[in-house]
Design a protein around this ligand. Structure first.
Ligand code: GLV
Ligand code: MN
Ligand code: MN
Length: 416
């Protein structure tokens, strides 16, 4: 009976698309795309909508002490659930699919199980994890890390946002400071459906990515202290120019990545200078450096080279430079059994598959040390993400969600 169910059930793409589009309207931007930064009013509205859908599907919904929302569908037996999930917070210029697809794809799988009156052997759930993006609070993956006991609850609650708010206060303000203890729940397994957010699948004409793991991520905030002075009267040799130093760092990390080659990437995505005026040498600059590599030793090398460059810059330009680590994740490998399963189920549905690493961070990496974990990627049109033009074709969204359904039926067992 398990075989028959597994082989015949299919997700309903119209139902999935209508949820993706409805959630995309929450925090929708005038030119398209979404801004739903973690724990803002828009995030609250998105959470409320997803919780209402979870309840309509008959899930038992809990909210934990850092705001993670988990909806559980009972199985024939109690015990640790097999979880799907992702996030619904977005970057400031987000699209409809990053994170949202994994959550809503999970709900679509639940709807299919309901329609087919399938009772799985073990419970099945969908998680919505707090602040995956890290665009408002650091670190990224904050909620899933706390959920899997890898980030201390107090550290998570004490995180301060880019707009100076404490995470605990923001959770209370939007009504998502839950009571479910965080850090102790262990899943029987975890699978996350996600858009690739890069160009590989589209370029190679492949429908499904069986994700092997996530590359290492290092985020550093750099604070530079210079001296304000008159732009017209101060000789070039007498400046302590914080804006110039910020620019030098941005150029350095780009050249570093190009020099190291292979999988090293480097980004300065945020720069603020003070007083930010046309005729004043900047006395202060703050910037972020995002370094990533699939090889932890090479990532350490990039970090060491950045540190040496900052030391030299400090001396050469007579500025103060202080750094603060915002996030550091070693590369994560997913369970071979889950990678194999994603590949097998995709092929059983007739889809082309490629095994590949993830360039982006994901909630799945928080689960990987604790339970068999995997991810399913689908193509991103033109490889664009963290951009309002992020897009994936409905046929690919449908393909990925059908693979998710089969993975869930395989791991949770369809008992009836
Ligand atoms: C999350 O989207 C990240 O990889 O930065
Ligand atoms: Mn994401
Ligand atoms: Mn993202």
């Amino acid at each position: 009976m398990t075989e028959t169910k597994t082989a015949t059930e299919r997700i309903n793409i119209e139902r999935l698309m209508s949820k993706i589009e409805a959630l995309g309207q929450v925090g929708g931007l005038p030119g398209g795309g979404v801004c739903r930064l973690a724990l803002t009013d828009e995030d609250k509205a998105g959470r409320d909508l997803v919780v209402s859908w979870m309840k309509e599907l008959g899930l038992k919904v809990t909210v934990d002490e850092v705001g993670n929302i988990i909806g559980i569908r009972a199985g024939r037996t109690d015990g640790a659930p097999f979880l799907m999930g992702s996030h619904i917070d977005t970057v400031r210029t987000g699209g409809y699919y990053d994170g949202n697809y994994g959550v809503l794809g999970g709900l679509e799988v639940i709807a299919c199980l309901n329609d087919a009156r399938i009772t799985t052997e073990i419970p099945v759930g969908v998680g919505v994890f707090t602040n995956e993006e890290g665009a408002r609070f650091a670190p990224d993956m904050l909620g899933s890390l706390a959920h899997q006991g890898q980030l201390d609850k107090e550290a998570a609650l004490g995180a301060v946002s880019i707009d100076g708010k404490v995470l605990r206060d923001e959770l209370v303000r939007i009504g998502y400071m839950g009571t479910e203890p965080v850090g102790s729940m262990r899943a029987a397994g975890y699978v996350e459906l996600h858009i690739e957010q890069g160009p590989v699948l589209e370029r190679e004409g492949i429908t499904i990515g069986a994700v092997e793991g996530v590359q290492g991520i290092s985020w550093t905030e750099v604070n530079i202290k210079g001296v304000s002075n008159h732009a017209g009267t101060t000789p070039m040799s007498m400046r302590c120019d914080a804006a110039y130093c910020a620019a030098r760092i941005a150029v350095f990390v780009r050249e570093l990545a190009l020099r190291m080659g292979r999988r090293q990437v480097a980004t300065v995505g945020a720069i603020t200078v003070w007083p930010n005026l046309v005729n004043v040498v900047a006395n202060r600059a703050k910037l972020t450096v995002d370094l990533r590599n699939t090889d932890n030793e090479l990532l350490k090398q990039a970090e060491a080279e950045l540190a040496a460059f900052l030391e030299q810059l400090k001396q050469d330009e007579k500025v103060g430079i202080e750094t603060r680590k915002l996030a550091r994740f070693e590369p994560v490998d997913f369970a071979p059994e889950m990678i194999d399963l994603v590949e097998r189920e995709a092929r059983a549905l007739g889809f082309s598959v490629k095994r590949m690493p993830s360039g982006a961070g994901h909630d799945a990496q928080a689960f990987a040390p604790n339970c068999p974990t995997g991810m399913i990627f689908v193509p991103s049109v033109r490889g664009i993400s963290h951009n309002i033009e992020e897009h994936t074709e409905p046929k690919d969204l449908e393909a990925g969600a059908n693979v998710l359904l089969r993975v869930v039926l395989n791991r949770a067992g369809s008992a009836a």
